[in-house]
Write a protein that binds this ligand. Structure first.
Ligand code: USQ
Length: 396
């Protein structure tokens, strides 16, 4: 298939592009390199040294003989160019990762909120409008988030996107399926909730074929393809804005920094290893909905864990200390989380779990590049409200 990977220079986008190219697909990365600009804005860098996207593609070609094409384009601001590009390239599938993906970054200041909403919502809507206008019948696979559901402890498993409800009508009770009510916990998560409505509308109105993947927190860094050459290495974020919790604990352990648990660490979240993440995209591509079908929604996660249990696990593995810190986020202190993921399991996903020994691989990567870490960028200081900002201590 000819596949467009929008946001193909990012943390999940790059290994996905490699994975799909390795399977024999004709892969076209579209990216505005915004993630690299944000590194510059924040004054942090990936733990792993990353080459330019052009160089990455050159090394992939040299290693495998396969070509990955790169197109510099901003989906959110260059609508006409996007439309032209789609009309010229005519992808059979489009994978949409091209959104600002960090919750703390989206909550930093009002400017970051505005940027995240403008970027994410316009990128998604421009893409949908351009697909309709060009008449391209591509399967659109979007990387959404488990965070659209919120984390209230209702005690019932979270279904895959839709909830069965019974409504009282004058003529009796009627069964209906609705999108699971969203309860985003950050401006970033809110944009992914808005995306869901855009998808619902365009599937219903124009028959676009859409799959929305509600992904959990990704951990790990390497996939089978990024391991193939030093210059194919994936990015690895450790800072307080972009680093995700388990990867952060693992690098903190590697540099002797006390593990930064927010609050009581009673937050339960869904997780998935990066290798499973790229495999899920492959599986979702094989199972495209038909035109006129409602948006297909998968929960892309393999296990759930409580943050403090992860910290204890990493502490046991590495001897690291655990620090319980004031939480910069407005979120439930303790929650339970049960998630259905039957659809990916039925399609053949064999989950990589924490028990599979890959935790130490991340610690090894972190130790190798420890000299690139700026310890002052480890604490998470983006606060959800002005009151919380006052309570968050800046660790020197
Ligand atoms: N946390 C800590 N200590 C840290 C960092 C985080 O205790 O040093 C806590 C947070 O307070 C939160 C939980 O760990 O309760 C998860 O935080 P995170 O930064 O790992 O994950 P999150 O902000 O939810 O976002 C990440 C990705 C996002 C993706 C989402 C999936 O950045 O792109 O959509 O995970 S999910 O969380 O399932 O919505």
């Amino acid at each position: 298939m000819r596949i467009a990977v929008l946001g193909g220079d990012g943390f999940v986008g790059w290994p996905t592009a490699l994975h799909l190219s390795n399977l024999g697909h004709d892969v076209h990365i579209v990216d505005n390199l915004s993630r690299r600009w944000i590194d510059t804005e924040l004054g942090v860098q990936s733990l792993t040294p990353m080459d330019s996207i052009q160089e990455r593609c050159r090394i992939w070609h040299q290693q495998t003989g396969r070509k990955i094409h790169f197109h510099l384009l901003n989906l959110a601001t260059e609508y006409e160019r996007l439309k032209q590009w789609l009309a010229d390239t005519r992808p059979e599938a489009v994978i949409h990762f091209a959104e600002q993906r960090a919750a703390p970054y989206s909550m930093k200041t009002d400017r970051h909120k505005v940027y995240t909403v403008n970027n994410n919502t316009n990128a998604t809507h421009n893409l949908l409008a351009a697909l309709v206008e060009t008449g391209i019948d591509a399967h659109l696979v979007h990387l959404g988030t488990m965070g659209v559901y919120g984390y209230s402890s209702v005690g019932a498993p979270i279904p895959e996107g839709y909830l069965d409800v019974q409504i009282d009508t004058p003529s009796g009770k009627r069964d209906q399926q609705i999108l699971y009510p969203t309860r985003p916990g950050s401006v970033y998560h809110m944009t992914k909730s808005l995306d869901q409505i855009l998808f619902q509308f365009y599937a219903q109105n124009d028959g676009l074929r859409i799959t929305d993947l509600h992904q959990g927190i990704v951990w790990g860094t390497h996939t089978d393809q990024t391991r193939r050459h030093e210059q194919l290495i994936n990015r690895f974020d450790y800072d307080g804005d972009y680093g995700t919790v388990l990867n952060r604990f693992l690098i903190q352990a590697a540099i002797g920094y006390p593990l930064t648990v927010h609050g009581t660490g009673g937050q339960t979240r869904a997780f998935i290893h990066i290798q499973d993440s790229v495999r899920c995209i492959e599986l979702a591509l094989q199972d495209a909905p038909a035109a006129g079908e409602r948006v297909r929604i998968f929960n892309q996660m393999t296990e759930t864990h409580r943050v403090r249990d992860l910290a204890e696990l990493v502490a046991k593995l590495t001897g690291a200390e655990v620090a319980y810190l004031p939480n910069p986020r407005k979120e439930a202190e303790e929650n339970d989380l049960i998630v259905r993921n039957d659809q990916f399991l039925a399609l053949g996903l064999k989950p990589t779990t924490l028990a599979d020994g890959l935790l130490s691989e991340v610690v090894d990567v972190a130790r190798k590049y420890a000299h690139r870490i700026d310890r002052s960028r480890v604490p998470a200081v983006s606060a959800w409200t002005k009151d919380l900002a006052k309570r968050v201590q800046h660790d020197p």
